[in-house]
Design a protein around this ligand. Structure first.
Ligand code: NAD
Length: 360
């Protein structure tokens, strides 16, 4: 298969971790006879340095002309970098918001998996951690409270702030379809999280999700209230496969789900639009404190590349091969500094990339 991949290396550790993911993709091409063509796209601080803005029209066009985009991370040290003396809409992060909007990326996927080998980093009770978990949070990214009308005004001498939470059935349906489609490739269960005992938007969410589920008779659908979900995530995370939820609930729950793995450097993510196109990136940031030292953990980016193969290119076997290679590397006790502990083999960023390639 031939695919064109946009590469946003970005800032900080971004170029280092993207290099390793590209190395792994090249290895997959060798093994399976695929051909991936890459186009470098400048975004974030590196684009400010060259063009004076974090995202140019040319960068958006290059992303649109790709089958998928793989990204490292963007941004610098927010206290010392000159990028943060610029107004908010000219800072590196504005590039990320801009590209998500330009590409219509409304579905955010964040897997949260506890590897047996890393279970000692899990902050949950040992009995819970020992059972393991492997879930994926599907968060609506472009609607809800963060995008509704908001204002603060004086009402009879009292300062009053208003935010509005609104969803229409089309916005709910398209993200629900994504969740059921993803569940088909996993353990075939969707837990839809809402606050239907209070909110109208949640009652519509529940009704539309039920309607969509009729087209997926093989997928089990359950509903859960968000307060209960926050508790269940720490009590029994193994019960979840795909979690489907709206923007703000997903924002909060996906961080909780990331934290219980104890190792954010291992977590990939994807943002998708209505087509097969997606933007794939690690969940962590640009880690300016360790940039340029060849010590960052590239696994989240490597797993993001695997998600790209799975969700944008339908290359399931190849994606499984990368996931299994990462698992094998961990089983051999090979670790970058952030997940290293006494008695294990500590490796650099590039050695970790090589180790994953060797397992492929
Ligand atoms: P961060 O995730 O960059 O770093 C937090 C801590 O985790 C640091 O100690 C860092 O060294 C460590 N860390 C992160 N990724 C790692 C990896 N792959 N391997 C080993 N250690 C890793 O968060 P921060 O310090 O709050 O933010 C730094 C910059 O990143 C800021 O400019 C922020 O805006 C940006 N950021 C970008 C994205 C993105 O590009 N999507 C996301 C979050 C933060």
């Amino acid at each position: 298969m031939n695919y064109k991949i946009g590469l946003i290396r970005g800032d900080g550790i971004g170029p280092e971790i993207v290099n390793e993911a590209k190395k792994v993709l090249d290895r997959i091409c060798e093994k399976y006879g695929h051909s991936f063509e890459y186009e470098d796209i400048l975004m974030g601080g590196c684009s400010i340095d060259v063009h004076g803005v974090p995202l140019t029209d040319g960068a958006i066009e290059a992303a649109k002309g790709s089958d998928a985009v793989l990204m490292g991370s963007i941004g610098g040290n927010t206290s010392t970098s000159p990028w943060y003396k610029l107004p908010p809409d000219k800072r590196p992060e504005a590039g990320l918001l801009g590209i998500r909007k330009a590409l219509g990326l409304f579905a955010n996927l964040r897997p949260s998996k506890l590897y047996k080998e890393l279970s000692s980093a899990c902050p949950l009770r040992k009995e819970t951690a020992d059972k393991g978990f492997d879930m994926l949070i599907m968060r609506e990214l472009t609607g809800g409270l963060y995008f509704g009308d908001r204002y603060t005004k004086d009402v009879n001498g009292v300062r009053t702030a208003v935010d509005t939470l609104s969803y229409n059935e089309d916005e709910i349906r398209r993200i629900a379809v994504k969740a059921f489609e993803v569940a088909k490739k996993r353990r075939k269960k969707v837990t839809s999280i809402d606050k239907a005992n209070v909110l109208d938007s949640s009652r519509l969410w529940r009704a539309v999700t039920e309607e969509v589920s009729k087209d997926y008779p093989d997928i089990a659908l359950e509903h859960m209230l968000v307060d209960n979900a926050a508790m269940q995530l720490v009590k029994d995370p193994g019960q979840f496969d795909v979690i489907l939820t709206e923007n703000m609930f997903g924002d909060i729950l996906s961080d909780e789900a990331a934290e219980i793995t104890g190792s954010i450097g291992m977590l990939p993510s994807a943002s998708l639009n209505e087509t097969k196109f997606g933007l794939y990136e690690p969940s962590g940031g640009s880690a300016p404190d360790i940039a340029g030292k060849n010590i960052a953990n590239p696994i989240a980016t490597i797993l993001s590349a695997a998600m790209m193969l799975r969700f944008s290119f339908d290359l399931t076997e190849e994606a499984d091969r990368i996931d299994n290679a990462v698992q094998a590397v961990l089983s051999k006790g090979i670790r970058t500094g952030d997940i290293w502990s006494e008695g294990l083999r500590r490796v650099s960023t590039s050695e970790m990339g090589d180790a994953v390639c060797d397992e492929i």
